[in-house]
Design a protein around this ligand. Structure first.
Ligand code: ADP
Ligand code: MG
Length: 703
């Protein structure tokens, strides 16, 4: 039996929660902090000092030696620079531990080594980190000790966002402001804020660390670049929800403990579809906290894996031929008086506020489908989207039978008089109770699905931050709300006007609804007929950031400036080219130094055997055929390897980042495939003992 965990005691142990602040701060300071948290503004200098001292005392009591402004630069991961609390020793050589309000609220760092996409020349290297008071400070325990982490936003000297969090916070304000206008129209005078909530389900792979360390591709690219399929894949569907193996169970247990301590509500854990693939889902939270926590989930997954002699792969497609990993971004918006605007109630056809909100969301998603697609794009995710395992690259909305029927009635007749009910679920077994089933079945292929009282955006990649998808969602919905409110606030007869607007929105944007099989070829054609964008790659999607429509939207709601958008686009091109460059160089390395030499050695031995067999006067046809097959593939490999090297040289002469990215996509990628194919064929021809690194079977089925 493993030792019992006291979760209630563990949970939030390492978080400087409101509760701890209440205990440790004078009443006036605590009230000031709460006010700023809820309604914005700035803490006075005096209060900041008081909060900083209380925070430091708490951190030090819990073993902290350093603090850090924890932020999310455009690399997609988090960044931290640790500063010890120690101060200059006094005359007697003693140090005092100090932490001031100034240090809590603002940090200044040389930011020139973070990607800025031209926003900041190296001579303008100043970057500022600013405390996000709405996300609680926490302690991180790792090999460096205990570090007090202060969640911050990261901006340039001129105030341009250099991170993923600043635009997210701006978008949360935008959607709150516009959603309030909507609820006011329906007579809600009490709500003062509308909060976007997010619950990101995180998929991941685990692999034995010793085997991982034998694979340069896993080390450098986070995914396998060579590898013939194992005899067994996921076809038996025996891994999904399967019993969790001992070693993985021990990992999940420690992962949960680490996350709970930091206040992350790790809730659900299970095996996923592919062998060695798993999922963790937290309980949803306010969007910016959910984004912070998802970063912590990813980081902690990696750290705990090492402690268990495992490695955690967050790449969207670590192995060819089995499912890759994604992140389902569950999103909803709720007023501070507790109304989830996405809750249809029992009679959605009569819930006018819900229908208006739903019609606005459809309008937003249809109008800005390309932007939403872009928000989920990254180089790894290109390997996964549209590959019969993840949603296609086409954005559509799944509403389910019940709402679809309501929308249809509204569009056809202008009124939705009836609503389909779920009815009783009958199992046919007397001892099992019949129960009310949901009015709608699940659809697993849709990229944007309504799931009861939230939307589930399923396109996001597993390694990506969920900041951008939620920034886009908040902003496009804010725009649709704003346009609705502009009309309705002026309406002479509100009831007629709202009725007309709902019908107008649904009729104009009905084309975005699709309840069928998103994996099918027919859908691709049908979507084209409907005029829905099908943007296949990350770099094509990047161009969507700077269309007139996108710039207009983001500037209008103060989420991104044109310059910020341009810089983000530039970074996408840059990092895309860099990523594929690393992959190509890794393949060159593995092919030249490992695969080709191993195959040559084996072929040499086989040739010797052929001669010996022939000398013995026996027919060596089997050996000769085998040898010919090996030579054929070896030749193909050599040719692709030379081509790849030549392309790499060509690439180094291209200076325009967009051109370079497209060069990697259109020219380099196909040659990488041409190099992989014969190598994978060779893996099936060569003695396993001679193969230079662990195979898919080794990586996926044990450890
Ligand atoms: P499934 O895999 O069946 O879709 P999970 O339970 O794995 O569901 O994950 C659902 C996620 O959605 C959880 O993170 C959950 O907290 C989150 N969620 C539930 N309700 C809401 C809501 N109203 N807004 C945002 N997220 C929500
Ligand atoms: Mg799930």
């Amino acid at each position: 039996m493993s030792e019992a965990l006291n979760v209630e005691e563990l949970f939030g142990k390492n978080v400087f929660t409101l509760g701890k602040m209440k205990e440790r701060l004078p009443g006036t300071t605590f009230r000031e902090v709460r006010k700023v948290m809820e309604h914005g503004g700035e803490l006075s200098r005096e209060s900041a000092d008081v909060v900083a001292k209380a925070m430091k005392d708490w951190a030090v009591e819990n073993g902290a030696t350093h603090y850090t402004h924890w932020f999310q630069p455009l690399t997609g991961i988090t960044a931290e620079k640790h500063d010890a609390f120690v101060t200059h020793p006094d005359e007697e050589g003693r140090t005092l531990l100090e932490f001031s309000g100034k240090e809590l609220i603002k940090g200044e760092s040389d930011a020139s080594s973070f990607p800025s996409g031209g926003l900041r020349a190296t001579f303008e290297a100043r970057g500022y980190t600013v405390w996000d008071i709405t996300s609680p400070a926490f302690l991180k325990e790792d090999a460096t000790g205990v570090i007090l982490c202060i969640p911050t936003a990261f901006c340039s000297y001129k105030g341009e966002a250099l991170d993923k969090k600043t635009p997210l916070l701006r978008s949360m304000e935008a959607v709150s402001e516009q959603a309030l206008r909507i609820v006011r129209l329906f007579g809600n005078t009490g709500a003062t804020k509308v909060t976007a909530s997010v619950g990101p389900e995180q998929e991941y792979f685990l692999v034995d660390r010793a085997k991982y360390l034998q694979r340069e591709d896993l080390i450098f690219a986070g995914r396998s670049l060579f590898g013939a399929p194992a005899p067994k894949g996921q076809e038996l569907e025996d891994h999904y929800y399967g019993a969790i193996r001992e070693r993985i169970g021990a990992y999940m247990k420690d992962l949960n403990v680490e996350l709970w301590k930091m206040g992350v509500t790790a809730k659900t854990q299970h095996n996923e579809v592919a062998p060695a693939q798993h999922e963790l889902a937290p309980i949803y939270e306010t969007a910016n906290i959910a984004v912070d926590h998802n970063q912590l989930v990813m980081e902690t997954m990696k750290r705990v894996a090492i402690q268990h002699s495992l490695r955690c792969l967050l790449h969207e497609k670590p192995y060819a031929g089995v499912n890759g990993s994604g992140k389902h971004d569950n999103w909803s918006i709720t007023t501070d008086d507790g109304v989830n605007l996405l809750d249809p109630g029992d009679t959605p056809n009569k819930n006018i506020q819900f229908l208006l909100v739903l019609s606005c969301i459809l309008k937003a998603v249809d109008t800005h489908a390309a932007l939403l697609r872009q928000s989920a794009a990254d180089v790894g995710n290109d390997q996964r989207l549209g590959a019969d395992e993840a949603p296609p690259a086409i954005i559509s909305v799944f509403l389910g039978e019940q709402l679809d029927d309501v929308v249809r009635q509204l569009v056809e007749t202008g009124d939705a008089l009836h609503v389909k009910k779920g009815g009783k679920l009958k199992t046919g077994v007397k001892s099992l109770p019949d129960f009310e089933k949901d009015a709608t079945d699940r659809n697993r292929t849709s990229p944007f699905a309504f799931t009861g009282n939230k939307f589930e955006f399923r396109m996001v990649g597993s390694a990506d931050s969920v900041a951008s998808p939620n920034t886009v969602l908040n902003t496009i919905v804010a725009e649709a709300f704003c346009e609705a409110a502009d009309k309705l606030e002026k309406a002479k007869d509100f009831e007629i006007a709202v009725h007309d607007l709902i019908k107008e929105n649904f009729s104009a944007h009905e084309r975005i609804i699709f309840n069928g099989d998103g994996y099918s070829e027919e859908w691709v054609k049908e979507a084209e007929r409907r005029g829905l964008p099908n943007i296949k790659s990350t770099i094509e999607a990047a161009d969507m950031l700077t269309t007139k429509k996108a710039i207009g939207l983001f500037e209008n709601f103060g989420v991104y400036t044109k310059t910020e958008l341009e810089s983000r686009k530039e970074i996408i091109f840059e990092s895309y080219a860099k990523t594929i460059n690393i992959e190509a160089l890794t393949m060159i390395d593995m092919a030249s130094k490992q695969i080709i030499p191993a195959v040559m050695k084996y072929a040499g031995r086989l040739a010797g055997d052929v001669n010996a067999i022939k000398a013995a006067g026996v027919d060596a046809a089997v050996q000769t055929d085998e040898l010919k097959e090996i030579q054929k593939n070896l030749k193909l490999m050599k040719k692709a390897l030379d081509d790849l090297k030549a392309l790499e040289k060509k690439a180094s002469a291209i200076s325009d980042q967009r051109e370079l990215a497209f060069f990697y996509k259109d020219k380099v990628r196909p040659v990488m495939t041409a190099l992989r194919e014969p190598a994978d064929a060779l893996e099936m021809l060569v003695d396993k003992k001679d193969w230079p690194f662990p195979t898919y079977a080794d990586l996926l089925f044990e450890g």
